[in-house]
Design a protein around this ligand. Structure first.
Ligand SMILES: Cc1cc2nc3c(=O)[nH]c(=O)nc-3n(C[C@H](O)[C@H](O)[C@H](O)COP(=O)(O)OP(=O)(O)OC[C@H]3O[C@@H](n4cnc5c(N)ncnc54)[C@H](O)[C@@H]3O)c2cc1C
Length: 455
């Protein structure tokens, strides 16, 4: 054990913060004048222009009176090239905020360009709160639902499962209100659309009364967590783990409702810095020599507890830029798939210190959510800092996901195209038909969407 860290009381919350704050020199710019770049910096494009409508009518007029290529963009947090285009980007940064709410149904309608992190406070003011949130809340509502963005918890579908009504402006400029009862044949396609059917301008979400959550972090051997995962997932509102690489330990997180008073101090910068320093030290050693150090440090991490309003607990700030691959495998296959990935990292001596993430997501009835269908899913993520080349690591691990029937997260790195995807989604061909009907000219296609939906 490294004595430098043996005296430190490293807090689990600080450890988690620093795991996602690993910084590296900024990637070299591909062009000094590049006007659009995604969050991780790995994707860029030079669009012909940007259209930022101030009303739905403006958007409809723009679409009906123009003909070129378009791509809707949210906050650019996808790692896959869903957005890059030579045509026009459609940006909904003027269509934001709460538009209406229903106190009896606990539902609220937001303009689709609203960021998730800007929904919590106005919802609370009208006696509502989101059912669940992803790991961060910087995504727009339309962008998050377009890729079936999800949080953690076997009791919760992805965010698209909370949508009750939505409005879509087609590439021809037609305005469609879509719900189970209106244009119902489109409802399960449009809630996870990858921006391939039109521009979503508003969404109504099913919420609940405001609530407070307590988050507990601790370190536990990966095997122990896996053996009790189903039980833990059933007994906590949210349960997940971040397995450390070249280690037998995982950072483990359980979140439950509470009436306890708010107690949510920011993670100690000193402790987070100590953990980041430790990780930097691991990275200087050959992977096969790391385990004693990593385990030694993990054993010193102290459990933490924080209590706050739900939306302040469910999402985090992730400052360190990274790229990510995530596949969802049927829940029953999750543990074996994770074990094989972790063992491969050890056997192949993969030089990675970034932890994995392992969580359950409830099944839903959309056509293209990674958890759609009859089974709940385990979502497994691997990461690389933005300055590193993710390809050798991700290329090695991706076939393991395939072996367990994995479906790639639409917003996270993967290499699949239409042929493979049509095998993974029973309604894939139906989606292709709907896409073709709503966008016969292919105005919304870019190279990546062609690969996903055409060939
Ligand atoms: C740090 C980080 C943490 C993350 N954590 C999670 C997580 O916990 N869980 C998870 O599931 N994912 C997670 N993601 C992935 C992220 O949630 C998705 O990639 C999401 O789609 C990004 O939303 P965005 O607003 O940035 O949209 P963008 O990335 O800009 O666009 C995503 C898609 O939405 C479409 N789109 C955007 N606006 C519209 C519109 N108005 N109408 C129609 N289509 C539209 C785009 O065309 C594109 O296809 C994370 C990503 C990052 C960078």
């Amino acid at each position: 054990m490294n004595s430098k860290f043996s005296r430190r009381q490293i807090l689990a919350q600080g450890a988690l913060a620093s795991l996602f704050s690993m910084t590296h020199p900024v990637l070299a710019a591909t062009s000094a004048s590049t006007p659009w770049r995604n969050w991780s910096g790995g994707l860029a494009c030079n669009p012909a222009g940007r259209f930022s409508p101030s009303t739905e009518a403006d958007l409809s007029e723009f679409l009906s009176s123009s003909q070129g290529l378009i791509r809707p963009v949210g906050s650019g947090h996808s790692f896959t090239p869903l957005v890059p285009t030579d045509g026009h980007l459609v940006v909904l940064d003027q269509l934001t905020g709460m538009l209406a709410h229903d106190t009896d149904k606990l539902q609220a309608t937001f303009a689709a360009g609203t960021r998730l992190g800007d929904m919590g406070a106005p919802l609370e003011a009208v006696g509502q709160s989101m059912l669940n949130l992803p790991d961060i809340d910087r995504q727009t509502l339309a962008g998050a639902t377009a890729t079936a963005t999800h949080g953690t918890g076997i009791g919760f579908t992805c965010l698209s499962g909370f949508v009750t009504d939505m409005r879509l402006v087609t590439p021809a400029g037609d305005v469609l209100d879509i719900s189970e009862s209106e244009n119902g044949e489109l409802f399960n396609a449009a809630r996870v659309s990858l921006g391939a059917l039109g521009i979503v301008t508003r969404m109504t979400m099913q919420n609940r009364a405001p609530y407070r959550l307590k988050a507990k972090n601790w370190v536990q051997p990966i095997e122990e967590v896996l053996e009790g995962f189903d039980e833990s997932a059933a007994s906590h509102r949210h349960f997940e783990m971040f397995p450390l690489t070249h280690s037998k330990y995982a950072l483990t997180l359980a979140i439950d409702e509470t009436d306890e008073p708010i107690n949510n101090p920011p993670p100690s910068p000193e402790e987070a810095a100590a953990f980041a320093q430790a990780m930097a030290h691991w990275a200087t050693l050959p992977p096969r020599e790391r385990m004693p150090l990593v385990d030694g440090l993990a054993e010193q991490i102290q459990p933490t507890e924080v209590v706050d309003t739900s939306y302040k607990i469910l999402s985090n700030v992730r400052n360190g830029r990274f790229n990510e691959m995530e596949y969802s495998v049927p829940k029953e296959a999750g543990a074996e798939c994770l074990r094989e990935i972790l063992q491969t990292i050890i056997d192949k001596e993969i030089d990675v210190v970034f932890p994995l993430e392992y969580r359950y997501v409830r099944r839903d009835d959309t056509w293209l959510s990674m958890s759609s269908g009859d089974e709940d899913h385990a979502a497994i993520s691997i990461h690389r800092t933005a300055a590193e080349d993710y390809r050798p690591y991700f290329d090695l691990i991706e076939p393991i996901f395939w072996k367990y029937g994995g479906r790639p997260h639409w917003g996270k790195i993967h290499s699949l195209g239409a042929a493979e995807l049509s095998e993974l989604y029973p309604r894939f061909k139906d989606f292709q038909m709907v896409r073709n009907e709503l966008d016969p000219q292919g105005r919304l296609l870019n190279e990546h969407l062609r690969k996903l939906f055409i060939s």
